[in-house]
Design a protein around this ligand. Structure first.
Ligand code: ADP
Length: 514
């Protein structure tokens, strides 16, 4: 990459599409985000308008280039990242007959259950690497077949929002191996659509896009759209991957034992391995980054949202004080937690307020404070919540350890990383050094880096580390790690002991009786 050249990372996310213009050495020269609404036609549904997203792609690229003061001749490539699991049905003229149904849509709960119990869902997971869950296109397509047979019959194609955007820009139906591997329809070993599951579903591979590597270069951008984006029509677009696996690349967690932990509203922990690996116990996902890099890990529902819950429900006095002092109430709340030693003097918290995805995949799980004594004060409860969120990350970390061995270090990102105390808890619980990369645009950075790798401008993906500056480092305090190991032992025991009770209680919470 020459000094004057730029690479654009395009990140089609859940709430917005962002374009980030990177110069030599990964310097951000300009960026622009365009938001779009989530549509909830029914309570559990979550949809978006495909055309709005296409427009956001066009506008974000144009504005980002303008802000970066970069001309179309400087653009070496555009690399694409996209949120996983979306589904759009297209008719024979390639016109959408549905909106884009996104990962958060839960309409297909019943279909997920059916696939698990009647289709031997575990075998499908072992072949495809996608947990059987209403998020996946597999369960969503089955929902259409059972609930909207009219639309199912009319659907000539089943695509994701990324494929739709690529089709509109280039006139081709292609999907990268990464997004394909998050559909529940992709055979990890053959790297083709899984014929068996397609048969069970009653669809043909012609109804899906052609699978290409994540390094595939697209050319032939439609002239009129190129002009709208401020690009030349021969600009190279690199297919790229999903936002999750690109976030690993974007924080530099790309070699053996390097773990990426994100705790924003929800949480996730992921690592890279050189071949596809699924878990006998079904705890983790496996998604492609390149043919030699596969990302395994798991999402948790209960991340920073729990600190928000504490703040909103229990911290009115702190909110008031913080307002007067002009500081963030989160900082005040966390100061309480600092008064208490690691392990919250035996107060344990299971953070499953929103049910749990990995590793238990149990929507009926609920939050628990366990071991409350008269000696426990407000600060113990706050600390226990911070620790409980981290235990849920460790519980997926244990699955990763079983699959690929011990972690070397951890790269942390997301809103929680603003707190030095919470970061230290993560380092202590995991017993590993923790690094906080500076970049707040991990997926876009990963997309731009993968594009350069595809063009041979980066020889190895790990060169991305030269782009990433580390803002904080934490070493684990081993005496705390020992305490946390004891508490985590109890965390797992309490979860397993309460499994049946969670079922019962969830019934009571929805139906008013046991
Ligand atoms: P999203 O996943 O929606 O992008 P963020 O990455 O911004 O969200 O994370 C939001 C979460 O970050 C909040 O719910 C809160 O738990 C946490 N957070 C935000 N600010 C702080 C802070 N100063 N200290 C600790 N945690 C914080």
């Amino acid at each position: 990459m020459q000094d004057s050249q730029v690479a654009v990372g395009l990140d089609i996310g859940t709430t917005s599409t962002k374009a980030v213009v990177f110069g030599k050495g990964g310097v951000i020269l300009g960026k622009h985000a365009v938001d779009y609404p989530l549509i909830h036609p029914q309570p559990a549904w979550a949809e978006q308008e495909p055309e709005q997203i296409l427009q956001a792609v066009i506008d974000s690229i144009r504005h980002a280039l303008r802000k970066a003061n970069a001309s179309q001749d400087q653009v070496l490539a555009v690399g694409m990242s996209c949120a996983m699991h979306s589904l759009i049905l297209l008719d024979r003229d390639a016109k959408p007959i549905t909106r884009s149904i996104i990962w958060a849509d839960n309409r297909s709960v019943r279909q997920a259950e059916k696939i698990k119990t009647e289709w031997d869902g575990h075998q499908i997971y072992l072949r495809t690497g996608t947990p059987i869950h209403p998020m996946s296109p597999l369960t969503k397509i089955l929902w259409f077949k059972e609930e909207r047979p009219d639309l199912f019959a009319k659907a000539a194609k089943f695509v994701s929002i990324k494929e739709y955007v690529v089709y509109r820009l280039f006139g081709q139906f292609v999907v990268d191996e990464s997004l394909a591997s998050a559909t529940g329809l992709f055979h990890l070993q053959n790297r083709q659509w899984d014929e068996k599951v397609l048969q069970q579903l009653g669809i043909r591979s012609e109804q899906l896009s052609t699978i290409v590597p994540t390094t595939h270069v697209l050319t032939g951008l439609h002239e009129h759209l190129a002009i709208q984006m401020g690009l030349r029509s021969d600009t190279k677009f690199v297919m790229g991957a999903s936002d999750g696996v690109l976030a690993n690349l974007g924080v530099g967690a790309i070699e053996d034992g390097e773990i990426a932990v994100t705790i924003g509203t929800s949480g996730a922990i992921r690592t890279v391995t050189d071949r596809p690996r699924t878990d006998e116990k079904g705890r983790t996902f496996c998604y492609a980054l390149t043919d030699r890099h596969w990302v395994i890990g798991g999402p948790t529902n209960n991340g920073g949202i729990l600190l928000r819950w504490l703040r909103d429900e229990f911290a009115a006095p702190e909110i008031e004080v913080a307002r007067k002092l002009g500081i963030d109430p989160y900082d005040l709340i966390i100061q309480y937690a600092e008064k208490v030693p690691a392990g919250s003097e035996g107060l344990l918290f299971l953070p499953f307020l929103s049910g749990e995805r990995a590793p238990y995949w149990n929507a009926n799980a609920r939050g628990v404070f366990f071991g409350i004594g008269m000696h426990h004060k407000r600060e113990h409860f706050i600390r226990a919540v911070l620790e409980g969120v981290i235990f849920s990350i460790l519980s997926v970390g244990v699955a990763l350890h079983d699959l690929v061995g011990p972690a070397k270090d951890i790269r942390a990102s997301g809103g929680f990383a603003k707190s030095p105390t919470w970061r230290q808890i993560l380092s202590d619980v995991m017993g590993r050094e923790l690094l906080v990369p500076e970049s707040h645009e991990a997926s876009a950075l990963g997309a731009a880096a993968l594009a350069l790798y595809a063009l041979g401008e980066m020889k190895e993906l790990k060169e991305v580390k030269d782009w990433i500056r580390i803002s904080h480092r934490h070493q684990p305090h081993i005496e705390n790690t020992e305490v946390y190991m004891e508490m985590f032992y109890m965390y797992e025991r309490v979860y397993h002991k309460l499994k049946d009770e969670f079922e019962l209680l969830a019934k009571f919470q929805t139906e008013g009786r046991f």
